[in-house]
Write a protein that binds this ligand. Structure first.
Ligand SMILES: [Zn+2]
Length: 566
């Protein structure tokens, strides 16, 4: 047999969770056609010498709806092994849209997802109407595979116009919304997303439209998916509460569709809440319904010094001192009476994001050589070494170094034991790259390379095969992406080649690659050698090849319609 591409001598981590094994993989016509010892001729051969070969990762929580229109790779996705993305999360989509209503959708993207307005105005050339039209616009112009959920915000805006941010819908309006959801599913949507986050508003300060939907509207729209036996329901209800599981249970039971809820994470301020969440969702699964929690693999780390930090902004005395000029700030930190106030701030029992634990905050970098012995130690340990109270120790060390001591802190995702239990749970999906959103505040494209590097190699919370299954087969199964997510004959040749010994994510860095040179954060990786989409190499050794083999991932209804028409 002749092949377009042969990957020789790979260690195949096939995506099912089964143990990895050595083999060659033959690719033809964009599909995997043979696995084993391959002797035939090939258009191109890559000698992999035992590197890991896995199905391409599927990043299902993105906001790349706009970016895909100007960036065919969804940069920096392929650098982290991603070959398919799902956009349209959290209720936000660019379709369906009525002519004249475009800016109402932009208002939500600008505020909720922090995408610069200027980039959206320059980069999005509107002109579509239905969700299917919008997907058509991307056809043939993308380097990775793209699927999308239809957003409740766009659907509500379409039917109710500006009243969508002011009132409940009438039964007739809900009926029109149901028609739009049905139309979007027929056009290829992979499901529906909604948003009730109490902090999510538009640029003009009005709540996003979906927040005004009552349970009846939400359930009636999701019923469409139940009637069609297709699609996932993605939700964000806002600040995590245990009462939410009542709603997830009802919705999952009523529609019998998979629900994905945000989110389950370990936080030091509520160190056992994740366990309560997993117990609550376990009951739903035991009843026979699916409600997957979305989790994050990237600890929310802040590197800070007392020159500029916002870590303590939720404490009034700390905040006011941080706004003082440096000279006065140093005097305040040295003053015993002010220290008592700082101490009192931290002792206030009201809930905060900062965990107030000096055994977690670590010294990362020091200015003076004699303080080198404190590097890597927690503030609590430093206090013991200096025979001091931790708060005094923290402030004195900073003052000795002109406030230039750098500290490390993580409010969430920092406890390896909890993270292990969360990420291993069969009820938890990994994701939350949020790619395409918050582009000037962070970049978590590397949720996959962080899982493989930090959590698998360094912390050993699961093995490589389990981690790859989390990133591939599980997502493909839940989202109904047929023929993807495994390295098996007949499956799409969406593949990533990486070195398990070195794979990791770099720190985000600035780029000016958004429309009109708008600045945003991108992220490189280490140890990812090739990313292959539908049999074509799109990323190799740090560079994009320029190939555009990406396909639109359309749901089953679209496929049926196409088959019937043919
Ligand atoms: Zn989101």
């Amino acid at each position: 047999m002749e092949y377009d591409l042969v990957l020789r001598g790979a260690r195949i981590v096939e995506g099912s969770g089964l143990p990895s094994y050595l083999a060659d993989v033959g690719v033809k016509g964009g599909k995997i056609v043979e696995i084993g010892r391959i002797g035939g001729r090939a258009g191109r051969t890559l000698d992999l010498d035992g590197l890991a070969l896995a199905p391409g990762f599927i990043d299902h929580h993105t906001h790349l709806d706009a970016q895909m229109l100007w960036d065919p790779y969804g940069t920096s996705e392929p650098q982290h092994g991603v070959t398919s993305i799902v956009m349209g999360n959290c209720g936000l989509t660019l379709a369906p849209v009525k002519p004249g209503d475009e800016d109402a959708l932009v208002k939500s993207f600008v505020r909720v997802e922090a995408i610069p307005r200027f980039a959206l105005e320059k980069g999005v050339s509107w002109g579509w109407h239905t969700f299917g039209d919008y997907l058509d616009r991307l056809e043939g112009k993308i380097g990775i595979n793209v699927g999308g959920l239809v957003g409740h915000i766009a659907v509500r805006q379409y039917v109710m116009g500006e009243e969508s941010v002011e009132r409940q819908a009438t039964p007739a309006e809900v009926e029109q919304m149901r028609r739009l959801v049905r139309e979007a599913m027929a056009g290829g949507a992979l499901g529906i997303s909604t948003n009730r986050n109490e902090r999510h508003m538009r640029e003009d300060g009005k709540p996003v439209p979906s927040r005004l939907a009552d349970d009846e509207e939400l359930f009636t729209l999701c019923d469409v998916l139940g009637e069609l036996n297709a699609g996932v329901i993605e939700t964000i209800l806002g600040r995590n509460r245990i009462e939410h599981f009542e709603l997830y249970g009802r919705l999952a039971g009523r529609t019998q569709r998979p629900i994905i809820w945000q989110s389950v994470q370990h936080r030091w301020t509520q160190p056992n809440f994740w366990r309560e969440q997993l117990d609550a969702v376990g009951a739903i699964f035991r009843d026979g319904y699916r409600a997957y929690g979305l989790s994050h693999t990237v600890p929310l780390v802040r590197h800070f010094c007392l020159k500029n930090t916002q870590v303590f902004d939720e404490f009034p005395t700390w905040k006011s001192i941080m706004f003082l000029p440096e000279e006065t700030r140093r005097e305040a930190f040295a003053d015993p009476a002010t220290r008592e106030q700082l101490r009192a701030d931290l002792a206030d029992p009201r809930p905060t994001n900062f965990h107030r634990r000096w055994d977690i905050v670590r010294v990362e970098k020091v200015k003076r050589p004699e303080n080198q012995k404190f590097v890597g130690k927690s503030v609590a340990e430093v206090a013991r070494m200096r025979n001091q109270d931790p708060l005094d120790s923290f402030l004195d060390l900073s003052l000795e170094e002109d406030l230039e001591t750098t500290f490390w802190n993580a409010n969430s995702g920092g406890d390896p034991e909890a993270m292990g239990e969360i990420l291993r749970s069969p009820y938890v999906l990994v994701g939350t790259s949020d790619a395409g959103a918050h582009v000037q505040f962070g970049a978590d494209f590397g949720y996959s390379t962080t899982l493989l590097g930090l959590w698998v190699r360094e912390r050993g919370i699961m093995n490589l095969e389990q981690a790859v299954r989390k990133l591939t087969f599980e997502v493909a199964s839940i989202y109904g992406l047929e023929g993807r997510g495994l390295v098996r004959p007949g499956y799409a040749a969406d593949l990533v080649v990486f070195d398990p010994k070195t794979v990791c994510a770099h720190e985000p860095e600035w780029a000016e690659d958004y429309p009109a040179g708008t600045r945003r954060l991108v992220q490189r990786s280490e140890g990812v050698y090739y990313t292959i989409v539908n049999g074509q190499v799109i990323y190799q050794d740090g560079r994009y090849t320029g190939e555009l083999p990406g396909q639109i991932l359309r749901g089953p209804l679209y496929q049926e319609r196409q088959a019937a028409a043919a």
